[in-house]
Design a binder for this molecule. Structure first.
Ligand code: FE
Ligand code: FE
Ligand code: ZN
Length: 263
């Protein structure tokens, strides 16, 4: 069965998100581990987590996707900013152990003029500091649109990060349809070609989640502006082919479109 859901607000806890997901016919969801702007996380409410786990089991909610605050920058030129990203991610991973077996997605970051190679080195360093052999969470690098100095808009950049991480078995990739399209991968004209390239460069076995978004801009625009499903340049048909694609259909799919829950 397809695992499909959307991004939900985590402010009312896990059980609430589980119920919201089920209420819209979803069987997965994504949530921010804390305020997306990166403030302090609320303490884990163990009763809520246990109630959620029982509810998820009963209702067949599959792998869920935690998203790190998008303001973190693990490859900033400023050591304090890098340190903050590392500490926040390490703390998130400790908290994720309450929900073992799920995935934690983050934006690799922006190198802000230091160059892609230096950016990659900082990201690798961060991952090698925070990943532990004991953890039960897979950390996902999100494919980026290549806006500004973002690292991770080329599959080769993600492959190099993975190559240099020691605990590779803890690392995967989350493919964002808007981002790869904006980065210049033609998923509309040649979806199979893009998947073949992903497989050759990164390995499709590393792909662990998909963000299903349409794009307000044409391929290669490097803009990262999500559009409602079917209302953008990617279009409904391609997005439908993606969620039903035999090489992808086992993955959790999360919509991040600007819609209210009933949308
Ligand atoms: Fe994201
Ligand atoms: Fe995304
Ligand atoms: Zn985006």
């Amino acid at each position: 069965m397809l695992k499909i859901g959307c991004h939900l607000s985590s402010s009312k806890g896990f059980l609430h998100m589980g119920k919201e997901a089920i209420s819209i016919g979803a069987n997965t969801f994504q949530f921010f581990t804390r305020n997306p702007r990166g403030s302090k996380a609320k303490a884990i409410d163990e009763r809520d987590v246990h109630a959620y786990l029982a509810y998820a089991k009963e209702h067949g909610i599959g792998t869920i996707v935690a998203h790190a605050p998008y303001t973190l920058n693990a490859c900033s030129a400023d050591p304090h900013v890098r340190e903050f990203a590392q500490e926040t991610m390490a703390d998130d991973l400790r908290r994720m152990e309450y929900l073992p077996g799920n995935v934690y997605n983050f934006h690799p970051g922006s190198h802000v003029g230091q160059g892609i190679e230096q950016g990659i080195s900082w990201i690798v360093k961060t991952l090698n500091e925070i990943l532990t052999p004991e953890q039960n969470t897979t950390v996902l690098l999100e494919t980026m649109a290549g806006k500004g100095s973002e690292v991770g808009s080329r599959f080769e950049e993600l492959a190099e990060i993975i190559e240099r991480v020691e605990l590779k078995e803890k690392i995967g990739v989350c493919l964002d349809t808007c981002h790869v399209y904006d980065a210049g991968y033609d998923i509309v004209g040649d979806l199979d070609g893009v998947l073949r390239e992903f497989d050759q460069v990164i390995g499709l076995e590393r792909l662990r989640a998909v963000h299903v978004n349409d794009s307000k801009n044409p391929a290669g625009s490097h803009k990262d502006r999500h559009e409602r499903i079917g209302e953008g340049y990617i279009g409904f048909e391609t997005l439908q082919r993606i969620v039903h694609h035999p090489q992808l259909s086992h993955l959790p799919f999360c919509l991040e479109t600007p819609n209210e829950l009933d949308g």
